[in-house]
Design a protein around this ligand. Structure first.
Ligand SMILES: C[S@@+](CC[C@H](N)C(=O)[O-])C[C@H]1O[C@@H](n2cnc3c(N)ncnc32)[C@H](O)[C@@H]1O
Length: 340
């Protein structure tokens, strides 16, 4: 049965989660001397990365976040200190808060991961992030269960919201690539009786998705298929390829490879749909996408994208008619067509 959508958006819950990255972000910026470096001279993420031997992708995520918190200004591609940071975040200021953040930051889980990300020590970091398993195609059952429950929590409301805002009338057979718990396929099957969905996932996640599908009572129209999207042949016979929170896990080149795999497996005339939180065209706002990008920089090979970046990527893979529209909460759907 199709669940009623809550009368309040879950963006408030997203904000609660996202705020936990604020203290680690400031603490890492203090401990790595980022505020002091930008006090010496304003810089771009690439300039600062070169000057201090930092990870550029990490800085591309961290600096916009510090800006949203009021510590940095951004003008003509350069970041500089705001008055707030000049007085409270630089070592030589008599009002320096560094002692507090240096101590508190170290007590918080994301601090170490963020420090390693910016400092380019990821290669030495413990290999216990879900994305390490995704890359190898092997995720053990314990990790699969906790990560899928985590994804389900942050996606299930957006999945149900999406079926109210996006026009799926052209969709008859949807392949939900990296579909996790299957919440998007389940929500679509519950809202349209003429649709069949398949969750394409790694083996352990397929097993877990099967449980969610059965619990929702849609096993007659939602199934799973074990396919490693990087190594195996993708199934044919689908008019819609749906990707939620997939492109944001990977580098530009890997996303291009994924888009090309999709293009060759999709039916002519079929659509690719990317469900993502979009950055604005400058890549520095809105704040929820900026923080989500920082999470991706820490935990995956990816980042949030702007619409022009995704448009270029899909165009390069062969898709046409690329457009975007808001979906539910903080999400948007970018769509493209494989010419018929
Ligand atoms: C960020 S989660 C997104 C889950 C779901 N689409 C959502 O939005 O909640 C990424 C998903 O991609 C799947 N995945 C990662 N690598 C994969 C691979 N090589 N082949 C198939 N699926 C993969 C993971 O198992 C995981 O469920």
């Amino acid at each position: 049965m199709k669940p009623e959508l809550p009368p309040v958006s879950d963006t408030f819950v997203w904000d609660t989660w996202m705020t936990m990255y604020q203290v680690p972000a400031v603490a890492v910026a203090i401990d790595l001397g980022i505020f002091d470096s930008l006090h010496e001279s304003a810089d771009s993420p690439s300039g600062l990365a070169a000057r201090r031997n930092f990870d550029e992708r990490g800085l591309n995520a961290l600096l916009p976040m510090l800006r949203h918190m009021g510590y940095l200004l951004h003008h003509d591609g350069l970041y500089s200190l705001s008055e707030l940071a000049t007085h409270y975040m630089t070592k030589d200021s008599p009002f320096y808060w560094g002692g507090l953040f240096t101590r508190v930051g170290k007590t918080l889980g994301p601090y170490k991961l963020l420090l390693e990300t910016i400092n380019m020590e990821r290669a030495n970091a413990e290999k216990n992030r879900p994305a390490d398993g995704w890359e190898s195609g092997h995720v053990d059952m314990e990790m699969a269960r906790t990560v899928t429950a985590f994804m389900h929590s942050h996606s299930v409301t957006a999945a149900n919201g999406m079926t109210r805002t996006f026009d799926f009338s052209q969709t008859k057979r949807m392949l939900d690539i990296g579909g996790g718990s299957g919440c998007f396929s389940i929500a679509l099957a519950q809202s349209r009786e003429d649709v069949h969905c398949t969750v394409m996932e790694l083996p352990t996640i397929c097993e877990i998705a099967g449980e969610y599908i059965q619990q929702a009572g849609v096993e007659n129209r939602v199934d799973t298929v074990v396919v490693d999207m990087f190594r195996d042949k993708w199934p044919a016979g689908y008019d819609t390829h749906f990707f939620s929170n997939i492109f944001h896990d990977w580098s530009h080149q890997t996303c291009l490879d994924i888009a090309r795999s999709s293009f060759s497996a999709l039916q002519p005339g079929g659509r690719i749909l990317l469900h993502e939180m979009l950055l604005d065209d400058q890549g520095t706002a809105p704040s929820h996408a900026v923080v989500f990008s920082l999470l991706m920089a820490m935990g995956t090979k990816g980042q949030q994208f702007t619409f022009p970046q995704l448009k270029d990527l899909l165009t390069e893979a062969g898709f046409t008619d690329i457009a975007w529209q808001p979906s539910y909460g903080y999400y948007a759907i970018v769509s493209g067509v494989k010419p018929g």
